[in-house]
Ligand binder design. Structure first.
Ligand code: PLP
Length: 272
């Protein structure tokens, strides 16, 4: 809790992401997570999705100059202790965001940690990224990333590697690291089987997070929530392995608290 009387501000984190009208994923999940993790959340909205528990019906992207103006407005005044990206929608937005993050000193070669959650589609399979934008994520965003957090579908889209076992998981991590991020977290959440294995690697250190898979259909917003919890921990000063461990503990608790809502997939939740 920030000590207002002593004039102490809380750590701040910026999410550059899309709005989910259903309140389950996107910037809504990010802000909820930042709040639950004790950091002040700020947003640069990239797109507005028309969405509920049944899927994404449509989306409209925000003009890229408005996206970058939001980043400049908040970083110039309040500063950001860490930042993350979620849904970025188009190559034009990705290019503009990457350039602006460089200008404001966010990313792997600056002091401010930067997490890229390379969101490509919803769990219903609805696209959240125009197809031509993948190359912009590879060439413009990943070289700036402190950490990239793909699920197995995103790993395949970004590298062509199909993860089926420990060896292919290592190969996927290497292929992603070759694109320039400092660390990669290959998430096993979308895999099948009784265990959920995530691999965190910087090429020298390889850490496996192995946990039981929880039997719930309600995992909407899970990827966003994990990436936000890691970003919050980085904003509070943790290093990447400690931040990922903290994020994993947080998302496991959120999945355990997930609730049904609407007729489809309900959201993970930090209700406790
Ligand atoms: N909508 C928005 C705006 C998102 O950012 C995301 C995920 O990043 C989703 C929907 C999809 O969430 P899920 O795959 O958990 O359904």
């Amino acid at each position: 809790r920030p000590d207002a009387a002593a004039g102490v501000s809380p750590p701040t984190a910026l999410t550059i992401a899309g709005s989910d009208s259903g309140g389950g994923a996107g910037i809504q999940a990010d802000l909820r997570t930042f709040f639950a993790c004790g950091v002040h959340g700020m947003t640069a909205v990239t797109a507005v999705t028309v969405q509920n528990s049944l899927g994404v019906e449509d989306f409209a992207e925000i003009p890229s100059n408005v996206v970058t103006a939001q980043i400049r407005a908040v970083t110039g005044d309040m500063g950001a202790d860490a930042a993350k990206t979620g849904m970025l929608a188009t190559a034009e937005i990705i290019t503009a965001v990457a350039k602006t993050l460089g200008e404001v000193g966010i990313g792997r070669d600056a002091d401010v940690p930067f997490v890229v959650d390379p969101v490509a589609a919803s769990m219903h399979g609805d696209p959240l990224l125009r197809e031509e934008a993948l190359e912009a994520i590879r060439t413009e965003l990943l070289p700036r990333a402190t950490l990239v957090t793909p699920n197995l579908d995103e790993v395949r889209l970004l590298t062509g590697v199909e993860v089926t076992d420990t060896e292919s998981r290592r190969a996927a991590a290497e292929a992603l690291l070759a694109l320039g991020p400092r660390w990669v977290l290959v998430k096993g959440g979308h895999d099948s089987g009784p265990r959920c294995v995530d691999l965190l690697s910087d090429g020298a250190t390889h850490l496996e997070f192995d946990g039981p898979r929880r039997d719930t259909p309600h995992t909407h917003g899970g990827g966003d929530t994990l990436a936000s919890a890691v970003t919050a921990a980085l904003a509070k000063g943790a290093d990447v392995p400690a931040a990922v461990a903290e994020g994993k503990r947080f998302i496991e608790r959120c999945v355990a608290e997930a609730y049904p809502l609407g007729g489809g997939i309900g959201p993970v939740s930090p209700f406790w």
